[in-house]
Design a protein around this ligand. Structure first.
Ligand code: HEC
Ligand code: HEC
Length: 176
């Protein structure tokens, strides 16, 4: 009897573990254009510490290298805020952003963003890229300025798992 119960316990544990394994996020592969990471989950200490205090840490693959150079070169006048960093941290974050930028060739997301980009384009905002505008063309204009949203840059207002780097359709809900 004891042995039987223990056996059942082991089976239940194994069952739980395999269910967990299957429900773990797949790093974006399942959401890709067929293969490769759609939107890689990235970790980088300085980036997460310094670029996620006022807004979410925007995915590097949503802007080209030239944009990130502009953003990081103007942190003292960053959309009306002073977001300056010491030179070492600044250079470290820029290196990370460039290595994972839309034109770094490391993600499906980047390839999609680059499709709408002119050769010399270096927008300061993701929300001004042709890719972003097209993806959001069904969002009524008045929605962006709703109190609960604030601005298009407030991704997390609608993308409920944006902080985890998930932007797929299943996790979108526009707040009232
Ligand atoms: C002191 C606050 C603050 C910090 C720190 C900060 N930002 Fe920002 N950032 C802002 C504000 C404010 C905006 C404008 C948001 C809006 O339009 O609603 C913004 C907007 C942006 C945008 C444009 C968003 C869009 O597509 O419209 C990017 C890109 C960006 N920040 C990158 C960064 C990076 C990279 C870092 C880290 C080096 C950083 N920010 C740190 C305040 C900050
Ligand atoms: C007002 C709500 C709202 C805000 C704010 C918003 N989005 Fe979206 N987003 C949507 C909606 C709605 C869709 C379309 C979902 C669909 O295709 O059904 C979408 C689609 C997307 C998609 C495509 C998803 C897919 O699987 O095709 C991405 C990526 C995305 N948004 C990123 C962002 C980023 C990054 C920001 C912030 C810079 C942002 N969004 C801000 C509502 C929003």
């Amino acid at each position: 009897m004891n042995i039987l119960l223990r056996g059942l316990g082991v089976l239940a544990t194994v069952g739980t573990i395999s269910i967990l394994a299957f429900s773990l996020p797949s790093g974006g592969e399942a959401r890709g254009d067929g293969g490769g990471d759609a939107l890689p989950r990235l970790t980088h200490k300085n980036w997460q510490q310094e670029c996620a205090s006022c807004h979410l840490a925007y995915p590097p693959s949503m802007l080209p290298k030239a944009s990130w150079r502009r953003v990081m070169g103007g942190l003292d006048q960053h959309f009306g805020e002073n977001a300056s960093l010491d030179p070492v941290t600044q250079a470290d974050i820029l290196r990370f952003l460039e290595a994972n930028a839309a034109d770094a060739g490391t993600s499906q997301m980047g390839r999609r963003v680059m499709r709408g980009m002119g050769a010399n384009d270096a927008p300061l905002r993701i929300t001004e890229t042709r890719w972003f505008v097209r993806k959001h063309d069904e969002v009524p204009r008045a929605t962006w300025s709703r109190k609960s949203v604030g601005s298009a840059a407030n991704c997390a207002a609608c993308h409920r798992q944006a902080e985890q780097g998930v932007f797929d359709e299943d996790t979108v809900r526009i707040p009232k």
